[in-house]
Ligand binder design. Structure first.
Ligand SMILES: [Zn+2]
Length: 620
């Protein structure tokens, strides 16, 4: 890891700017827990650091090359600025450029790099040049006919603007530079001149602008952006959605069947649903709209209890990139878009902040370590769009996609994972994820440094060292998968109370105090809900947060006939030379030996069959 010092200036600027430009504070929200930003968390972790290094060294280069050279994404902005030339690619391709930029910005915070910062500025200049005098920005309509803009609610104009805004807010916070933020403000003001109370109705076909407008509100302090986000959410479910001459508007697909506060069942497009729920959570945090929170609680039950794969993936069908019937979870044809798993992380992170309930982090962790992480190759240069739980050997990661939402999603997700580790409340620090790191953040009225050392997810032992005297209570998340554990403080075992999934260690800590949290991490044999017919008579293998799978390359004989049995013995071995270092599981029953690897690591070797759910042998 490089020195942290070059970014300090940028961070100082960030704090100062946030302080003077906005009156919006986390205290004004109805959130109980405030997340510690990833810029305050330095990850030094055996599992995640190699992935973050690959992101900086490889993934960013792949994305930049695709955007600048292999596809016409940057050229679209150059053409739009000149007002001549063709638009190439898909109508929402601008969004990939913004998402890649967001990933570049997060990487800059972790790994300062003047060349990369220059690249960001170069792109931002091109975006700004492509903005129309009235504030509108979208290269597709600028190059194909501005007269047709804002005629079809499914053409992702607000979606692209939303991703631009997320990138702009990130860049402003990281560097203090506001050129792109000003572009976004002009675009937001343009949208509000066309749509809103007393103006035109609009139901964004692909949600995203809602959460982005809240982030614009957070940095500018301008309440009108929060109100516009709220208005857009309230537009749903009243028959305003339309494609104006395109294919008929599908209210189920677009989550436009009922007003959002009345929603009870997840349906339609999975990624859109996730961004909608994030937008609802973000708006409700400031408006204190408990109707939104009640709806989100109902929807969470419907997603997690009836429509989620064991990998934390969601959206069963490729047909609508989304949901079908409750408990219908086919493995071979599972869609489980990478973006949707990352969306589950985004949404569950927000839900945890309302209540401080660990159940949301359980789902966040499941989606992060399985469904989302499988989305990128170990070398950081290939991506899955679709993440099935079974393969016949013909499903492979690709260097890029025509619709490249997933590569750009992974690009912006990985460098920001530090923000999911800690949360703070008035008198408590929440330790949500177990990842080796040193973090310094405001806890109560003072700064606190915490250091985590761990081999998680390979091993359940975590050492937490307290860096300053503090009276903050420490809340350690007991993962949902963890059935037994011990906790000791300075060598003495303690038995703290458990509240909402967290072991509560009362405050009064001295500098240098050590907490050892030891989670027993046996191999678990998991049965699906009996209503899931696809997994009848099958079992899956999980250890800690990781779901395991069988690959043909490790199990060449009789792959289709492999079975686990009631008397299967499991043995785990750490193999340093395999798949970047993984704990493998060997399962032995009768005269059969099965070799399992973590699901996230599949399809990094010879092509072959794969399955998560394995037949259970009948009792002998
Ligand atoms: Zn995607």
């Amino acid at each position: 890891m490089k020195s942290f010092f070059p970014k300090l200036m940028a961070l100082t600027a960030m704090v100062a700017l946030a302080g003077c430009s906005s009156n919006v504070t986390e205290e004004s929200t109805m959130k109980l827990v405030t997340s510690v930003d990833f810029s305050q968390v330095k990850i030094q972790d055996a599992f995640w650091s190699p992935r973050l290094e690959k992101h900086a060294s490889t993934t960013l280069k792949v994305c930049i090359d695709q955007i600048e050279n292999q596809t016409g994404r940057i050229r679209n902005f150059e053409n739009a600025a000149k007002g001549e030339g063709q638009h190439s690619g898909i109508f929402f391709d601008d969004s990939d450029v913004y998402k890649a930029l967001e990933g570049m910005v997060y990487s800059l915070v972790n790994h300062p790099d003047p060349e990369l910062e220059k690249k960001c500025d170069e792109w931002i200049d091109k975006f700004a040049a492509a903005q129309q005098p009235d504030g509108y920005i979208n290269t597709y309509y600028t190059l194909t006919g501005l007269d047709k803009r804002w005629t079809d609610m499914d053409m992702h104009e607000m979606y692209c603007a939303g991703h631009m805004t997320e990138a702009a807010v990130a860049y402003y916070k990281a560097t203090g530079k506001r050129k792109l933020l000003d572009v976004c403000i002009r675009m937001a003001d343009h949208m509000m001149s066309v749509f809103g109370p007393g103006k035109r109705h609009w139901v964004p076909g692909h949600q995203e602008i809602e959460l982005a407008l809240v982030s614009l509100y957070q940095v500018t302090g301008e309440k009108k952006y929060l109100e516009f986000a709220n208005w857009l959410l309230e537009e749903r479910g009243h028959g305003h959605g339309s494609n104006e001459g395109g294919v008929p508007w599908n209210t189920a697909y677009h989550q436009d069947e009922v007003p959002v506060r009345e929603m009870t069942d997840i349906g339609g497009h999975a990624v859109r649903a996730m961004y909608l729920y994030c937008g609802m959570a973000d708006v409700a945090a400031y408006t204190h709209d408990t109707g939104y929170i009640d709806a989100l609680d109902r929807l969470w039950d419907d997603v997690v209890l009836r429509n989620m794969y064991i990998t934390g993936g969601i959206g069963q069908s490729g047909e609508n990139e989304g949901f079908t019937e409750d408990y219908s979870l086919p493995n071979l044809t599972a869609y489980c878009e990478t973006c949707a798993s990352v969306g589950m992380v985004f949404w569950n992170w927000r839900m945890n902040q309302f209540t401080g309930d660990a159940k949301f982090v359980d789902v966040l962790e499941r989606s992060m370590y399985n469904g989302a992480l499988a989305g990128i190759s170990l070398d950081g240069d290939r991506f899955f769009y679709v993440n099935p739980l079974e393969s016949l050997g013909n499903h492979h990661r690709m260097p890029w996609y025509g619709c490249a939402c997933c590569p750009s999603q992974i690009c912006r997700f990985l460098p920001s994972i530090g923000k999911y580790i800690y949360g703070t409340a008035e008198d408590a620090v929440y330790v949500n994820l177990y990842i080796g790191n040193t973090a310094t953040f405001k806890a109560g009225k003072k700064n606190l440094t915490l250091t985590q050392e761990t081999r998680y997810p390979w091993d359940g032992e975590v050492k937490l060292t307290i860096g300053e005297n503090t009276k903050q209570e420490i809340r350690l998340r007991i993962p949902g998968w963890c059935k037994s554990y011990t906790i000791s403080v300075n060598g003495t075992e303690v038995s703290p109370a458990v509240e909402m999934g967290y072991a509560v260690l009362p405050g009064k800590w001295n500098k240098g105090d050590e907490i050892i949290f030891n989670m027993n991490m046996p191999v678990e044999v998991v049965a699906a809900d009996p209503r899931t017919k696809e997994n009848e008579g099958k079992r899956a293998i999980q250890r800690g947060p990781l779901v395991y799978c069988l690959e043909e390359v490790d199990n060449p004989e009789n792959f289709d006939g492999l079975q686990v049995a009631a008397d299967t013995q499991f043995e785990t071995t750490f193999n340093n030379d395999l798949l970047g270092g993984v704990e493998t599981i060997q399962a032995t029953a009768r005269d059969q030996v099965l070799n399992f690897i973590p699901y996230y690591a599949w399809e990094n070797r010879a092509a072959g069959k794969m399955k998560v759910w394995v037949d259970l042998a009948e009792q002998q």
